[in-house]
Design a protein around this ligand. Structure first.
Ligand code: GTP
Ligand code: MG
Length: 372
């Protein structure tokens, strides 16, 4: 069931949480002892430990989670952290313009053809509150980027143009947002336009189970204009209220755990990964592993492209120093030593090679069967 934490599972099978975490880590899954295990993971662990596991019916387990009170989670070094807010929505509905207005700088105008082609992330300070924003492209070709954006996010801002209403990538974004489980705020943009129609947007959204609060639903709709700035204060206030409700916390003293939102090979620099730090502090000199590649942090660039010594909680920036380009969406994790980082990456690489090999063997066997 979804409500079994790693350390609870370890207890049940008589292992240490560290042992279970290590096992999952070698299999390419990043968890901490307080994370919940899914049925798939539990099954895999059963095979790995060679033990019989019966997964009980969800209903039988309703009281299960209450057996483990909040205070059993190790939060000694926890501090509150800024929210990570992803902006999603249909192409041209004004995501980048809205973010530009919030940051008081202009990115949208400089983009080729006005189309955002990659994820970009920035931390802004508004009224004493840090908020990390993640911009995603609205074009249909970038579905995977929206999904990726949604997976690192605490709160989602769904931008819908008031003169255009619900469009295919609006619906896609709703799906990605709902799948992520993060709270959603709808920003109805371009309300400065004469043809703006808030009710049309609300009706369109309500059809997709996004009913506005003032219609008896539970989704906040805020009219904004990236052009005039109208409504933006209210939007920011809503974000801050939402993030306070979420009580976002993490441990700045831990070894860093970040998520790769983009990665590419840069001439003269090697592999460069754009990350968002989710726990700990990422520092220059850290031994890191991401997916099947490893290395040492040679340089860190913050969201302004400035060289920095470290990236703190919910901060975003670029990491130089990995041996190869990691897949986006993978966890980039600091290790105690270079040899540990190397071992993990190498084990994973072997694992994925073995998998590929068995997949190709399977195909050829199937093909053979077809020939007979
Ligand atoms: P993609 O990244 O390509 O998906 O687009 P986007 O959602 O980031 O839209 P972008 O910010 O590039 O804006 C698209 C167009 O809408 C631009 O021409 C903007 O000037 C215009 N625009 C954005 N917001 C507003 C607004 O609030 N009012 C008006 N009138 N125009 C806006
Ligand atoms: Mg854009």
């Amino acid at each position: 069931p979804e409500d079994c934490r790693v350390y609870e599972f370890a207890e049940k099978i008589g292992k240490t949480a560290g042992d279970v975490i290590g096992k999952l880590f070698m299999l390419g899954m990043m968890v901490t002892k307080n994370d919940f295990l899914g049925n798939d993971e539990i099954e895999i662990l059963g095979e790995e430990y060679n033990i019989e596991i019966t997964i009980k019916d969800e209903l039988e387990d309703v009281n299960y989670v209450e057996d483990y009170a909040e205070d059993e989670i190790d939060k000694t070094n926890y501090v509150s952290r800024p929210p990570v807010v992803t902006i999603m929505g249909h192409v041209d509905h004004g995501k980048t313009s809205l973010l530009d207005k919030i940051r008081s700088s202009r990115v949208a105008a400089g983009e080729a053809g006005g189309i955002t082609q990659h994820i970009s992330a920035y931390t802004v300070n508004k009224n004493g509150n840090d908020i990390t924003f993640v911009d995603t492209p609205g074009h249909e070709a970038f579905t995977s980027m929206r999904v990726r954006g949604a997976s690192v996010t605490d709160i989602i801002i769904l931008v819908v143009a008031a003169d255009d209403g619900v469009k295919p990538q609006t619906i896609e974004s709703i799906k990605a947002a709902k799948a992520s489980g993060a709270p959603i705020i709808v920003a109805v943009n371009k309300i400065d336009k004469e043809t703006a129609n808030m009710d049309m947007v609300k009706a369109g959204m309500a059809e997709h189970e996004m009913s506005p609060v003032d219609w008896g639903g539970d989704v906040e709709f805020i009219g904004v204009s990236a052009l005039t700035g109208e409504g933006i204060e209210e939007l920011l206030e809503n974000i801050i209220i939402q993030s306070e409700l979420l009580e976002l916390e993490a441990d700045p003293t831990a070894l860093a755990k970040a998520t790769v939102i983009e990665a590419l090979q840069v001439k003269g620099k090697g592999a460069v990964a754009t990350v968002i730090v989710q726990n700990g502090t990422l520092k220059v000199g850290d031994n890191i592993v991401a997916d099947t590649t490893f290395g040492r942090v040679k340089a860190l660039l913050d969201d302004q492209g400035k060289a920095v010594k470290e990236l703190g909680l919910s901060r975003t920036g670029q990491v130089v120093g990995l041996g190869d380009v990691p897949i986006t969406g993978s966890a980039l994790v600091a290790q105690k030593s270079a040899s540990e980082a190397k071992e993990i990456a190498t084990t994973r690489a072997e694992h994925s090679r073995a998998k590929e090999l068995s997949a190709s063997t399977k195909v050829s066997l199937d093909e053979m069967a077809a020939l007979i």
